[in-house]
Ligand binder design. Structure first.
Ligand code: GAR
Length: 187
């Protein structure tokens, strides 16, 4: 049985889908939810689904504590689900091809430092794009630049606000992320 850790900084709707998808799964299970934000909604979601959580400070990423925790828990795959910090090179090298991220745009457009959550959707609308979507990619030590595994598109409507576009993109994320993670496990 493969052991998945999910790292998230926010509400955690994607993390919840992942925990639910792998709850009774023959190949893998989410055994840990890590967060750098003490008030993140994802911690409550993990509690509700009886998945152990691990709270850490940003500096714990850089000083190797988070890596030691993941190794100590014999984690096979690290899944970022709305995790807003850069993964240090040491961790990327410790999990080669085994850290995956989801981004709410069609990378390489609207990626990079500072491009997360509603900032992305606001920029997409401001640029007059007619389509947006999601990107699921492997993580390297630069924001949003690892190898792309999967993309899916959705329209951007003239009436869209950042919130309405975020809802459409979230629906795509929820539909595809668990399956993309599953494909990576069996690859
Ligand atoms: C998701 O839309 C995810 O793509 C995005 O944060 C949101 C988290 O939502 N990630 C990034 O912007 C990473 N650069 P959630 O907490 O409801 O899963």
């Amino acid at each position: 049985m493969k052991r998945i850790a999910v790292l998230a900084s926010g509400s955690g709707t994607n993390a919840q889908r992942l925990m639910e998808h792998f709850a009774q799964h023959p190949l893998a299970q989410v055994v840990l939810v890590g967060s750098d934000q003490p008030r993140a909604g994802v911690l409550q979601r993990a509690w509700d689904l009886h998945v152990p959580s691990y709270l850490f400070a940003g500096k714990n990423l850089r000083d190797g504590s988070v890596l030691r925790e993941l190794q100590g828990q014999r984690i096979d795959l690290v899944v970022l689900a709305g995790f807003m910090r850069l993964i240090p090179a040491e961790m990327v090298h410790a999990f080669p091809g085994r850290i995956v991220n989801i981004h709410p745009s069609l990378l390489p457009m609207y990626g990079g430092k500072g491009m997360f959550g509603e900032h992305v959707h606001r920029a997409v609308i401001a640029a007059g794009e007619t389509e947006s979507g999601i990107t699921i990619h492997l993580v390297n030590d630069r924001y949003d630049e690892g190898r792309i595994l999967f993309q899916a598109k959705c329209p951007v409507l003239p009436s869209d606000t950042p919130g309405s576009l975020a809802d459409r993109v979230h629906a795509l994320e929820h539909a595809h992320y668990p399956h993309a993670v599953e494909s990576l496990l069996t690859a």
